[in-house]
Design a protein around this ligand. Structure first.
Ligand SMILES: CC(=O)SCCNC(=O)CCNC(=O)[C@H](O)C(C)(C)COP(=O)(O)OP(=O)(O)OC[C@H]1O[C@@H](n2cnc3c(N)ncnc32)[C@H](O)[C@@H]1OP(=O)(O)O
Ligand SMILES: CC(C)C(=O)C(=O)O
Ligand SMILES: [Mg+2]
Length: 515
């Protein structure tokens, strides 16, 4: 594959993705996502914005120190202090990139930066040169390029390349572009900038008009060779271009794009589930590639076609993106080896024997309650335990809920609070409400419940319910997760897991909140 055939996949789930309100992640969670991205063979992982907070700095540093096969990047404004901080966080990386940016649109320069265009060019050049003192891989972004003037873009990009930028990123920061126009912009830039061949052109599209993927693909057709994207399309406001859609579009329509990514696409579904569990942002069932219905066929004519020839209604293989056959895989009589092997197939490994044994015990408990254990059950089982806080102040010991027609539901919940058993009773408008009130009567967290969502993990009335709870207190937002065949118990587990995170995790901050 020649250089120009390679499409660089730059994942920014941990930076722009984290800018989604409520999607903040701990260092440990970011590291888990980074490892999955590395396994997927993502070229560049934007691990954070090192100067944003101590937590962001530590996360970028930890990822830079443990990821070996992907290049690790930190964002930095065009300021000396940002670039120095990014370099400090990245100093032990196997391969690093500093990504510096400054806005280039008239509205941003005049009102936000309050700078003259000449000064913006000068500051960009200074920043790129400073970054080049630390690494030979420097990306320069023209923030709000989608609303910038072509002549000014050409001028600043030429100067940035002369200063040493190796990747030039064209962000459609506010999701304003339309595919045809965005493609023309990329084409014009590459054609008109004399030193354009010295850098890789990249795009970073937002989804405010639902066009992030379309714009990114049009850019590839016009010469862009890096796409910035996120798992599940997470990102500021309506999100970024989704990695899974971009990657599968160029793979499925290779005939049009003539580019290759080096991604192991079978890691897409596990990565999507991991990001969804960690952030508490459920994936909509009809989401392309990773939604539960993406490969499901419901209507008779389609089913008939599929049975006769799969390609009549399927343009991709579900297995190619990491979906596994939903047949029975394990049950109550299965042993540790089968359990471990099946999880390995799903991309889940354990760091220690103890971790494996704990997961196996939970699997056996579940198998006692549920007849058929599907891959989704296994993924939820592991995700639930991995979403727990390092320190467990609260633990659910047992609970009893009465729910009867015409009677106000009541919950009796026994919690272990820092080693002491405490029992509480409360009534509520429903069993979940009563349970949360009982827990709160013990904990008094003062946190506001921002989101409560239940997903059925598989079909069938014996399916596990996966509950996500988002709590907010002051500037801190946490997401707890719980799964159980009883959704009220799953709800209690999710609430308690969020409370544990709220009390024990000092790294978890909303990106804007910890400056
Ligand atoms: C399009 C994007 O996604 S850009 C990335 C957005 N992400 C984030 O902002 C998340 C992390 N941000 C933060 O933690 C904080 O905003 C920080 C630490 C970066 C800065 O915090 P503060 O110093 O308090 O500044 P604040 O956020 O209020 O304002 C931003 C300042 O940076 C300036 N600025 C913005 N972009 C740039 C840039 N690319 N280069 C140089 N200066 C810039 C603004 O003009 C403003 O300057 P001013 O204070 O002189 O008016
Ligand atoms: C920092 C830049 C690349 C960004 O996120 C944007 O412009 O949307
Ligand atoms: Mg962005």
């Amino acid at each position: 594959m020649s250089v120009s055939d390679h499409l660089v996949i730059f994942d920014t789930t941990l930076r722009d993705g984290e800018q989604s309100p409520g999607a903040s992640m701990t260092k440990a969670e970011k590291l888990r996502i980074a490892k999955t991205l590395e396994k997927m063979k993502v070229d560049v992982i934007e691990a954070g914005f090192a100067i944003a907070s101590q937590g962001d700095f530590e996360s970028v540093k930890a990822i830079a120190e443990s990821i070996k096969d992907s290049r690790i990047c930190s964002l930095a404004r065009a300021l000396d202090k940002d670039i120095d901080r990014a370099a400090e966080a990245l100093k032990n990386a196997n391969a690093s990139r500093i990504h510096t940016f400054i806005a280039t649109s008239p509205i941003h320069m005049q009102y936000k930066l309050q700078m003259q265009p000449d000064d913006v060019v000068e500051q960009a050049v200074k920043a790129v040169k400073r970054a080049r003192n630390y690494t030979d891989d420097v990306e320069f972004s023209c923030e709000d390029a989608g609303r910038s003037e072509l002549d000014f873009l050409c001028r600043i990009i030429e100067a940035a390349i002369d200063a040493g930028a190796t990747t030039i990123n064209i962000p459609d920061t506010v999701g304003y572009a339309i595919p045809r126009q965005f493609g023309i912009l990329i084409n014009d830039l590459i054609k008109n900038i004399p030193n354009a061949d010295k850098a890789i052109f990249s795009v970073h599209c937002h989804n405010d008009l639902g066009l992030a993927v379309g714009n990114s693909l049009e850019a590839v057709l016009n010469g862009a060779r890096q796409i910035e994207c996120t798992i599940n399309g997470l990102g500021e406001r309506a999100g970024n271009a989704s990695l899974e859609e971009v990657v599968m579009a160029v793979k499925t329509r290779q005939d049009l794009f003539n580019v290759n990514t080096q991604l192991d696409t079978t890691q897409i579904v596990p990565a999507s589930r991991l990001v969804s569990t960690i952030t508490g942002f459920p994936v909509q069932p009809n989401k392309a590639i990773v939604g539960a219905n993406a490969f499901a066929h419901e209507s008779g004519i389609h089913q008939d076609g599929i049975l006769k020839k799969r390609e009549t209604y399927e343009i991709m293989l579900a297995q190619d993106v990491g979906w596994h056959n939903n047949s029975l895989v394990l049950g109550k009589h299965s042993g540790r080896n089968a359990f471990k092997t099946r999880l390995q197939d799903l991309g889940i490994t354990f760091d220690t024997e103890t971790e494996l044994n704990e997961a196996f015990t939970r699997f056996k408990d579940l198998a006692d309650k549920k007849h058929e254990i599907f891959d989704e059950d296994l993924q939820a089982l592991v995700s639930e335990s991995r979403s727990q806080a390092d320190e467990e102040h609260y633990r659910l010991v047992c609970m009893q809920v009465t729910s009867e027609t015409g009677v106000t539901p009541e919950a009796v919940v026994t919690l272990m609070v820092d080693g002491n058993e405490v029992k509480a009773t409360a009534k509520g408008s429903g069993p979940v409400d009563a349970t949360y009130k009982a827990i709160e009567s013990v904990v008094n967290s003062g946190a506001a419940l921002q989101l409560y969502s239940v997903n059925s993990i598989t079909s069938g009335t014996d399916s596990q319910g996966e509950v996500t709870v988002r709590l907010e207190k002051d500037t801190r937002i946490v997401n707890g997760m719980g799964a159980d065949t009883d959704i009220v118990i799953a709800s209690a587990k999710a609430y308690i897991s969020a409370l544990n995170l709220m009390t024990s995790d000092s790294n978890r901050q909303h990106p804007q909140g910890d400056v």
